[in-house]
Ligand binder design. Structure first.
Ligand SMILES: [Zn+2]
Length: 238
């Protein structure tokens, strides 16, 4: 579902226009994080509340639905990072909400095929990732649950997985912490194979291998965690 872009009116519009009128030197990504500017807080709240509503509490990258009314559960997300291109900070189609994990993974990573572009690009070809406003998610990625993972249909799908760290759902298979690095690597390779699989039958086999690896990952992570929990006690005793 592609959300309609946020609209600015009245006081909100005036604040956004005031930012647009700043000199290029004054337009910094850190502007967004100022905590002593009530008008800015109003703009940010307007943006976040709006996108939480129109996106129906769904993260545009991992597609996880989180029905939490407190808007602190979400991050306002700049699709082109605000630190890289502060001039696009309030561009309605450069904004959405994302879950904190996707936003954290994506961070300041480049999402443009040409990072030097002067004007805000509205064509989907300008983006490496599946764009929340310009792309149909299903055209690029399929979400499979249990274990939760993502099948890329296109290069954009692959880059979205990479840039938003979507393999984390396979890596963080339990509350016992990260799975061992070799298993994470194997899952990554299988995931790649899954995208390249030629038939449904092949996908089923790969999927069952991924499930098995996840289980193994949980087991090993649990064992490692258990060993770690025991360590300090042993040290104290000694
Ligand atoms: Zn997400």
């Amino acid at each position: 579902m592609i959300p309609a872009p946020v609209v600015y009116e009245g006081k909100i519009r005036a604040k956004v226009d005031a930012f647009a009128a700043l000199s290029p030197e004054q337009k910094q990504g850190s502007y967004w994080d100022k905590t002593d500017d009530g008008d800015l807080s109003d703009v940010k709240k307007h943006i976040k509340d709006y996108y939480i509503k129109v996106q129906d509490h769904v993260c545009p990258y991992c597609q996880q639905k989180m029905v939490v009314d407190h808007n602190g559960a979400w991050d306002a997300e700049h699709i082109i990072a605000k630190d890289a291109r502060p001039e696009f900070m309030f561009e309605p189609e450069n904004l959405c909400i994302a879950c904190k994990d996707c936003n954290g993974e994506k961070s300041n990573k480049n999402v443009l095929t040409n990072p030097q572009l002067k004007r805000f690009p509205r064509n989907r070809e300008a983006y490496l990732i599946c764009h929340p406003h310009f792309d149909q998610y299903e055209a690029h990625l399929k979400v499979v649950s249990n274990p939760l993972f993502f099948i890329p249909h296109t290069d954009k799908g692959r880059r979205t997985i990479e840039i938003c760290g979507l393999l984390r759902f396979l890596y963080q298979v339990s509350e016992y912490g990260d799975v061992p690095v070799e298993i994470a690597g194997e899952i990554g390779t299988l995931h790649q194979d899954f995208g390249d699989a030629n038939s449904g039958a092949e996908q089923v086999i790969i999927l069952s291998c991924i499930r098995e690896l996840c289980d193994k990952g949980i087991d090993e992570a649990r064992r490692a965690r258990f060993a770690q929990l025991r360590k300090p006690q042993t040290a104290e005793a000694a």
